[in-house]
Ligand binder design. Structure first.
Ligand code: SF4
Length: 354
């Protein structure tokens, strides 16, 4: 039986240069091929127009390009575009383009499914099947950028790792993908325009603080006491609120950056004045800003969104204490827009998920 061909995008530039040297090709070919793969984002060897035909054929006989493809797109009346991305092994993840004023933000997945089972989340209902590879993460960004150019004639300005999965549990691939996204040989996007959002893996928050990459960090807090957070985010049992606060203090001290606290507002669960007091106590002494997020309801979770009035009163309570706080409206309400919903629907057709 023939061995499976290797994905050429698993090679770094040096490894590609080594292969071409073995084939007695001029050194500049490696840079040309690398540019086709990562800057021009082609998915067929035959599209490498400045590469001689014989070399293209040799590449084709030796390697494959396991590129991610857009399987389905939904467009919301508010302009949000949600893409179900099909991977080479037929798993589906989702990526979202959120146009907002001058900003074009891509929300990117880091895992197929998620192991963390947060009670309010659609992705939490999908078993974690596997981590995404760095190139699959990169592909999502490149494809969403193509959609932004196609639909809005604008390039991506921001990237958030807030799609399916916990990015800090696929740390190596996420960091590798970010390096490639930021590199001049990749997409040349500034790391300051990238936000990694975590459900709270304190050890990895500290590791991220130590990286030289200058990305932003967001902590999905959603409840500010162990008692309450344990009931909706099982990860809190091993990463307590106190441990997370100490990891954030380390992050702020080491990186000099201001992390964001994400707080999705769930009617009757975490939106009362005493919850605001708990959040104020958590944020006290931290250089942070708080995003209060309107909940996009997910069937069968039992949660509904807090009212606008309640969100404003909650925000006012935080602001009175000097905290920086913004209300974030839910986007794409008319499509399967809550994290995991579109992939969930596609995934149900896949035997692996049953
Ligand atoms: S909220 Fe994030 S970490 Fe929690 S289950 Fe959903 S995808 Fe996973």
């Amino acid at each position: 039986m023939l061995a499976a061909l290797k994905d050429i995008r698993k090679l770094n530039l040096q490894q590609l240069q080594d292969v071409l040297k073995l084939w007695h090709e001029p050194a500049f070919r490696a840079a040309q091929i690398y540019e086709w793969l990562w800057q021009k984002h082609i998915t067929q060897f035959e599209d490498m127009r400045n590469i001689p035909k014989l070399l293209r054929q040799k590449l084709q006989a030796t390697f494959v390009i396991q590129a991610v493809q857009i399987h389905e797109t939904q467009c919301s009346h508010d302009g949000t575009l949600k893409c179900a991305m099909r991977l080479f092994d037929n798993y589906v993840v989702e990526s979202v383009l959120i146009p907002e004023g001058p900003r074009m933000t891509a929300c990117i997945s880091s895992q197929v499914g998620c192991s963390l089972t947060c009670a309010f989340c659609a992705t939490g209902k999908l078993k974690r099947m596997r981590n995404l590879e760095a190139d699959e993460i990169f592909d999502q960004v490149a494809l969403v950028n193509e959609e932004a150019l196609r639909v809005y004639k604008k390039k991506l300005s921001n990237i958030v790792f807030m799609g399916m999965g916990e990015p800090l549990l696929n740390y190596k691939a996420v960091i590798e993908a970010i390096s490639k996204i930021c590199s001049p040989q990749g997409m040349g996007i500034s790391p300051q325009r990238i936000t990694v959002s975590t459900a709270g893996v304190q050890k990895m928050i500290k590791q991220l603080a130590d990286e030289s990459l200058k990305v932003h960090l967001a902590l999905s807090l959603h409840a500010a006491t162990d008692e309450k957070r344990n009931t909706v985010m099982p990860i809190n049992e091993t990463n307590s609120v106190t441990a997370l606060k100490s990891a954030l203090q380390y992050y702020i001290k080491t990186s000099g950056r201001r992390p964001t606290l994400e707080y999705v507002m769930l009617h009757g669960f975490n939106d009362q004045p005493e919850d605001a007091r708990d959040l104020i106590a958590f944020a006290r002494g931290l250089k942070t800003k708080i995003n209060l997020i309107e909940y996009n309801p997910v069937a069968e979770t039992g949660f509904t969104a807090s009212s606008r009035n309640r969100m404003h009163a909650f925000a006012a309570q935080l602001q009175e204490q000097g905290l920086i706080c913004t209300i974030r409206r839910s986007r794409g309400k008319d499509i399967d827009a809550a994290c995991g919903q579109l992939a969930n629907r596609n995934a149900l057709a896949q035997p692996e998920y049953k």
